[in-house]
Design a protein around this ligand. Structure first.
Ligand code: AQP
Length: 334
């Protein structure tokens, strides 16, 4: 049976990119009746230094964001990574399977480490082996992610295949990336060639799920665009990354195709389109933001939900980890 796994880092507040590229699709998988396991990947977050108090808050707020977006912690398993030791333990096995050369090719490491890669943490370099462990600890078959995670998922497949080959087993499944929809890569509002990111220093570059209606309208009004009217078909967006981004955002929020957006707004300028987009965004995001605020008033309840999810996740992952240790030849008797 298919089993969906995915995660989000509590490395800051949730953005519209995380919502459209990840959360909204996580809810669709859950509502389709698939077994769904979703994780706050706090151990990934600490690959760059996090203020401990902020990390705790961001983890709980992320859990609230999942629930407010429509994740039901009964139908889905919702938990944080560090509470289930199988992630770290399996990551070590995978560190011994993955090759240095494979990790050196990862563009996210190059982007995040910047020019001074010698000064990056070992954890940031090994990030993709922990991600492979997150997924493989559950024998997950499908992983909904944004476009930026495609390379890491290919690495997950390579690690699983090499493990199976090295030990002569068919143990780890070869996972399918699920990268679909109009908004698998939501771009920065300030630069149509950069992805919208929670860690971008400019708050004007992104819409946060917790932004109020005025802030959302203001950020979209100031979003970088060109002076042309919207074209009537997709070809007309080819050389216009900022315009294409706003059209894709509209399409994803309204659950229609980008073509349908252009059928409605083609020929109109941004003076008309931006306010329509702002209304739509406020309409879709403000109930989520209000629910997050409500949920954050009862932190003990969030912790209880995460603890319950961790127990359920552990029950799935631990037997898989034990089998993996046995395959590798690590003795487990006490
Ligand atoms: N701009 C985006 N468009 C579509 N999907 C996106 N995702 C992130 N940004 C966009 C998807 O959200 C999921 C969780 O991402 P993450 O928090 O684990 O890490 P990230 O991809 O590195 O996201 P950020 O927001 O850019 O965080 P920072 O700034 O901390 O690195 C993933 O499925 C991702 O594809």
């Amino acid at each position: 049976a298919p089993r969906v796994f995915s995660g989000i880092q509590p490395s800051g507040g949730l953005t519209l990119g995380n919502y459209l590229g990840a959360l909204k699709r996580f809810v669709q998988a859950q509502d389709a009746g698939t077994e769904t396991i979703y994780c706050m990947v706090d151990m990934h977050a600490i690959t760059v230094w996090q203020d401990p108090a902020k990390l705790r808050r961001a983890t709980r707020e992320l859990a609230a964001g999942f629930i407010a977006s429509g994740i039901d912690p009964v139908r889905s398993i919702l938990f944080n990574q560090s509470q289930v030791p199988a992630h770290a333990e399996l990551a070590w096995i995978f560190n011994c399977v993955a090759r240095m050369g494979w990790l050196k090719r990862m563009t996210q490491f190059k982007d995040k480490a910047g020019k001074n890669a010698e000064n990056a943490s070992v954890g940031l370099f090994a990030y993709p082996t922990l991600m492979a462990a997150d997924i493989m600890a559950y024998h997950a078959t499908h992983v909904p992610v944004g476009e930026d995670q495609k390379q890491h998922l290919e690495l997950t497949r390579d690690i699983a295949a090499k493990f199976n080959h090295d030990f002569g087993v068919e143990f780890f499944p070869i996972v399918e990336p699920v990268i679909e929809g109009a908004a698998t890569r939501v771009m920065s509002l300030r630069d149509g060639t950069k992805k919208m990111s929670k860690s971008d220093p400019s708050d004007m570059s992104r819409i946060n799920l917790t932004d109020d209606a005025d802030t959302i309208a203001q950020k979209l009004r100031k979003a970088r665009t060109d002076p042309e009217a919207l074209p009537s078909d997709l070809d007309g967006l080819a050389e216009r990354p900022e315009a294409r981004n706003l059209v894709n955002i509209y399409a994803a929020l309204a659950d229609i195709t980008p073509d349908a957006v252009l059928a409605q707004y083609g020929g109109q300028g941004f003076g008309a389109f931006k306010p329509a987009l702002a209304d739509l965004a406020v309409d879709k995001l403000s109930p989520i933001s209000a629910e997050m605020t409500r949920l954050m008033q009862d932190v003990a309840e969030i912790d209880r939900i995460l603890g319950d999810g961790a127990a359920r996740a552990h029950a799935i992952a631990q037997p898989i980890l034990e089998q993996c240790y046995d395959i590798v030849g690590l003795i487990r008797t006490r």
